[in-house]
Design a protein around this ligand. Structure first.
Ligand code: G6P
Length: 618
């Protein structure tokens, strides 16, 4: 949700900023801009559209200078256009700011500033920050920012420059992420690590309420009381290669193909002597044993992983679980108390609603464990305990490997809590041996789909033809039962996120209570019909769809009786594994189907319209 960057050093700031923004584009991509300070002037270039539009413009009129700030926007207040794009000037063009978040009291601040004669040009909430800092500025930018942030309500990560203070960048954060990077005689500020990793792996995480002052000679951090903080940088172990496409056409495809190795690494790390280990989890098994119920809180894809977690925890750890979308949980007076464990799941660790859910749960006395991918993210830091998924950076907006990593960790955590609760007959050795085979199965499956023309891409091409032949009239329905039902929701979400085709996921047993009315020859129905206790019921559902003229793509277990020549139009075979372990494998063809359908339509797969990877606004 908007990406910000700042640089001060000896390099050409424009190049560093554009490069950094290209790695933050996943956060928003409706407009972009930079502000560079040089010779007592702040110069801004900003453009509606993707970063490439700005980069082209800057080739024509390159801004020179060695310090500046940049922004890639995901619009909240004001349509995407050149004026609403960041950076924003104050009315005298002395100051420029970039902002990620929402200023909730901007109307009130704006009125006060307007009565003082400040002229606003954009429709954004962010512009008010520039005028406010200008109003409070005497001759020290850091001092003005410190005073300004005290007046702001809402969420923000900001970076600010002043024309008279070349080489200085001041940043601040509250409920939106911000990190700083320390290089050799150069310093950075950014929403996320990939933006600066090419230049330095020494990273400082800023806490809520902090203000950071970057100058050519060093970094100073102030806490919310204005006191200096000493903080050593953390060394980031992954390198920039992991945030690159590595020969794949899209990040999404690369991330789909990374899943087998990611799962293999995780199981090797987490499973020792037939037991699940979470060394980063500072929770004693004794404490976990006392938990009476679990609430899982998450958004989007992470919510679907949480639903799979419910099936696992209830079945294996014998504990009642409910799953809430974080945006509902936080507002509905949830019944969480001291005996409740709240599990917050978030790839980014920054999703505003999930973070608010964590805070709400803590306020009510619950214990909170988060499952996060981004190390040291806000949700990870604010939880009582954290499990890191270690899936590596996920760049494509549509989540894939983070999802299977969340599910895999939920398996392991289920056994961890089940053993803490003294559940008998867990048979971990046998289960973990089967679990450790999943990465190999995933690898074999993906190898069959490595070439451009594979079975799933063929089905996607057929759908595309069909769609065009019907004057763009068709949609998708995803049906499944039991532990794969959340995968039906996830498959539908993946498809609509990147191909803009209407898609709905449903528990197959509910088909007769509504979705069956949709079935004529138009919708394509993806039926997850892998080996399962309810397999016969799924077969019956398929017959009912076929009887009404629907087109079925069935995901079946290898060697299963259901074949393309029988009642199914198209079949995708996945390796045969026990039902309870199947969700990680079943997710993969669903991801590939969405990917290839979007590819047929020629859409921008990694940056689908209106979406952002990290939703840091409510
Ligand atoms: C956005 C992303 C989704 C993601 C969801 C939750 O909507 O586009 O891919 O699942 O946020 O994000 P989180 O980082 O909390 O898992």
């Amino acid at each position: 949700m908007c990406g910000i960057i700042g640089y001060t050093g000896k390099r050409n700031a424009r190049e560093v900023l554009i490069n950094g923004l290209s790695r933050l584009e996943y956060r928003g991509y409706d407009s972009a801009g930079v502000a560079i300070v040089e010779d007592g002037d702040v110069q801004i270039e900003k453009k509606q559209g993707k970063l490439s539009v700005l980069a082209e413009e800057l080739k024509r009129s390159p801004l020179q200078g060695t310090s500046g700030i940049g922004h890639t926007r995901w619009a909240t207040h004001g349509v995407p256009n050149d004026v609403n794009a960041h950076p924003h000037y104050d009315h005298r063009k002395d100051i420029a700011i970039v902002h990620n978040g929402i200023i909730e009291n901007y109307q009130e601040l704006k009125k006060t500033l307007q009565t003082k004669g400040y002229k606003f040009v954009s429709e954004t909430d962010s512009e008010v920050i520039a005028h406010l800092i200008a109003d409070l500025y005497t001759n020290d930018l850091c001092d003005a920012v410190k005073r300004a942030v005290k007046k702001l309500k809402g969420s923000f990560a900001i970076a600010v420059v002043h024309k008279g203070e070349q080489g200085r960048i001041v940043g601040a954060r509250k409920d939106s992420p911000l990190i700083a990077g320390a290089g050799d005689g150069e310093f950075f500020i950014a929403s996320d690590i990939p933006a600066i990793l090419e230049y330095t792996n020494k990273v400082i995480y800023l806490e809520n309420g902090e203000v950071i002052d970057l100058k050519e000679d060093g970094i100073t951090i102030y806490n919310s009381r204005g006191k200096k903080e000493n903080r050593e940088p953390v060394i980031i172990k992954w390198d920039i290669k992991q945030a690159e496409k590595d020969g794949y056409k899209h990040f999404m495809l690369k991330e789909i193909f990374e899943q087998p190795e990611m799962l293999r690494r995780m199981f090797t790390k987490r499973i020792k002597n037939g037991q699940a280990h979470f060394e980063e989890l500072t929770f004693s098994k004794k404490e976990l044993g006392k938990i009476k119920k679990i609430a899982i809180v998450a958004c989007g894809t992470a919510y679907h992983a949480g639903m799979i977690g419910k099936y696992l925890l209830e079945k294996i750890a014998k504990i009642p679980v409910w799953v809430d979308q974080a945006s509902e949980f936080r507002y509905r007076d949830p019944l969480v108390a001291k005996d409740t464990l709240v599990i917050a799941i978030s790839q980014s660790g920054e999703t505003a609603d999930t973070l608010a859910g964590v805070r709400e749960a803590k306020k009510r006395g619950a214990k909170v464990i988060s499952i996060c991918n981004v190390v040291d993210s806000s949700i990870a830091r604010e939880s009582h305990g954290v499990i890191y998924t270690h899936a590596g950076p996920e760049i494509a907006v549509a989540s894939t490997k983070a999802y299977t990593a969340q599910i895999a960790n939920l398996y392991l955590f289920t056994y961890y809590i089940a053993s803490a609760r003294g559940i008998k007959g867990l048979n971990e050795k046998k289960v973990f041996a089967a679990l450790k085979k999943i990465p190999g199965h995933a690898k074999n499956f993906l190898e069959q789909h490595h070439s451009k023309k594979n079975k799933i891409s063929g089905y996607a091409a057929k759908f595309h033809e069909y769609y065009l032949a019907r004057n763009n009239k068709s949609c998708f329905l995803y049906l499944a039962r039991n532990i794969n039902y959340p995968n039906a929701l996830e498959g539908a979400l993946k498809l609509k996120e990147i191909s803009y085709i209407s898609a709905e996921g449903y528990p197959a047993g509910e088909m007769k209570h509504g979705p069956i009315a949709l079935i004529d020859e138009n919708p394509w129905v993806v039926c997850i019909a892998t080996e399962a206790a309810t397999h016969d019921k799924m077969e019956a559902n398929i017959q009912e769809i076929k009887a009404r003229g629907g087109i079925v793509i069935a995901i079946v277990s290898e060697g299963d009786g259901l074949g393309e020549d029988k009642s199914i139009n198209y079949a995708i075979e996945v390796p045969r594994v026990p039902e309870i372990l199947s969700p990680m494998l079943v997710a993969i063809p669903l991801q590939l189907l969405a990917y290839y359908v979007a590819g047929e339509f020629g859409y921008d797969i990694d940056q689908p319209r209106n979406l952002a990877k990290s939703v840091t606004v409510e």
